[in-house]
Design a protein around this ligand. Structure first.
Ligand code: FES
Length: 117
């Protein structure tokens, strides 16, 4: 594992996130409360692209099924949205299962952001 240059600091504004390809890995980089985070862009639930989601509190909300993951701890915080409609019948509880986000160490130095993969 080594730190890789991702972008200039001013590309990641407060309460925003962007996806970068580092080697063959899609890395989501964002900033909340002035603090940077980096995680794999693939949703741990079913692999949707998290950059298409939105930030809510400390969480990134996946656009596909609405699961919420804490961007600093990686923890799955909310999966209540799995049943969007009362009429929705669950075929298998396995479908709901999700791991946590894969986080990467991130640092900012002299106006440049680096992630460790
Ligand atoms: S793929 Fe992200 S919540 Fe299902």
């Amino acid at each position: 594992m080594s730190y890789r240059l991702v972008c200039k600091s001013d590309e990641i504004r407060e309460k925003s996130m962007k996806m970068f390809r580092v080697d063959h890995t899609e890395v989501l980089v964002g900033r909340l409360y002035g603090r940077l985070f980096a995680c794999n862009n693939s949703c741990p639930h079913r692999g949707a692209s998290l950059v298409k989601g939105e930030l809510k509190g400390d969480n990134v909300v996946c656009w596909m099924h609405g699961y919420e993951y804490n961007v600093f701890s990686g923890t799955l915080e909310n999966m209540k949205s799995w049943k969007k409609e009362d009429a929705w019948m669950e075929q298998s509880s396995e479908w709901r299962r999700s791991g946590d986000l894969t986080l990467y160490p991130i640092m900012e130095k002299e106006g440049t952001i680096y992630v460790c993969l």
